[in-house]
Design a protein around this ligand. Structure first.
Ligand code: GLV
Ligand code: MG
Length: 349
């Protein structure tokens, strides 16, 4: 395959467009909180939401009725211009590339609010070609509209073809911020037999061995999303970009949402979507490292100041590799602590 030479990779794709980031900006993004921008009542809550979430995302795609698409786009622009988002990220999920709305979503939003939007979330990404197109278009629009810093791209992994091409998507451009799993569209695209948005399924499991007494056997439910989340994390982390779990549709089942988010966190994801206010707290709890784990990780770093050698702590062997594991947790804890004084204290940071 012909690839772009290294010297070209970081060149802006349009004259006058901002330079691509060499490294992603470091930001805490535990929850990407969705709001429907055409609903005035929701827009009115934005000033209050800004202090409660890490990322606010104006949704223009699925869940917005076709006859409200333009109102959603205009509502997003209004929200972007009327609020100061401070350290809170401002994202939008635009309509997909083959929809009748995508081009106006991009051109109008970058023209009016290009200096306020951090990330464009692109749904239904199938291969690197989708990213190349948006990358080029964004560069042209940034140049035309005097945008000062690059707007990043976040892909939704939600088609079978996208999963097949996930590594190429992650590597497609220095504009890539990361990826989210979209379990609803992905289930449909793959022909999975579930109507749920994320979460497990009672029939997907492993049956325990027959009992000697012929007694009832338990079916241990398995995680339908394990394979895809793990594949996505490897694709993202190997390119230095971020992986996220997406939506959890059963708002009434908070424990199941928490379990799904936690699996994603343990496997390497940095956040998840919140589609309901109750999911904000769940994401905050799950994607902020556990205080006990942080304190133990700090002990490892303190015991091995240069990160080499081997020591025993609380009966557990530590070496250069566990030092790196500990650093992942302490680095994340520092980022959380910079925003959350209560957790900063719990972490002793
Ligand atoms: C999200 O967009 C999904 O399809 O799950
Ligand atoms: Mg979707």
């Amino acid at each position: 395959m012909t690839t772009k030479p290294p010297s070209k990779f970081y060149q802006p794709l349009a004259i006058g467009a901002p330079s691509p980031y060499r490294e992603l900006p470091v930001r805490l993004e535990r929850m990407i909180h969705f709001f429907p921008p055409h609903v005035e009542k929701m827009r009115a809550k934005i000033p209050e939401m800004i202090s409660q979430v890490d990322v606010l995302l104006g949704n223009l795609e699925d869940a917005i009725p076709a006859d409200q698409k333009e109102a959603a786009r205009k509502g997003f622009i209004k929200a972007a211009m009327e609020n100061d988002f401070g350290q809170t990220g401002l994202w939008t999920r635009v309509n997909c590339l083959n929809s009748p709305w995508f081009l106006d979503d991009l051109t109008e939003i970058v023209a009016a609010a290009g200096n306020k939007v951090d990330v464009i979330m692109l749904p239904k990404v199938e291969g690197p070609w989708d990213i190349h197109y948006l990358d080029q278009l964004l560069a042209q629009l940034e140049a035309r509209n005097g945008v000062k810093r690059q707007i990043l791209i976040h892909a939704i992994l939600e088609t079978a073809l996208g999963v097949a091409n996930v590594e190429a998507i992650a590597a497609a451009s220095p504009r890539m911020h990361g990826m989210s799993l979209g379990p609803a569209d992905l289930a449909a695209s793959r022909g999975m037999k579930t109507t749920r948005v994320g979460g497990g399924h009672p029939s997907y499991g492993v049956l325990e061995d027959p009992k000697a007494d012929g007694g009832a056997r338990t079916l241990f439910q398995q995680d339908l999303w394990h394979y895809t989340v793990a594949k996505m994390v490897d694709a993202c982390q190997s390119q230095g970009i971020k992986a996220f779990y997406g939506p959890f549709g059963d708002f009434a089942d908070s424990p199941a949402c928490e379990a799904q988010f936690r699996n994603a966190f343990l496997l390497g994801c940095l956040g998840a979507w919140s589609l309901h206010p109750s999911q904000i707290e769940i994401a905050k709890r799950v994607f902020s490292p556990d205080a006990g784990e942080v304190i133990f990780a700090k002990k490892i770093l303190d015991a091995m100041p240069d990160g080499t050698g081997a020591v025993m702590i609380d009966g557990k062997m530590q070496d250069d590799a566990t030092w790196k594991q500990a650093k992942v947790i302490v680095d994340l804890a520092k980022l959380v602590a910079s925003k959350d004084p209560v957790l900063a204290q719990a972490y002793g940071l």
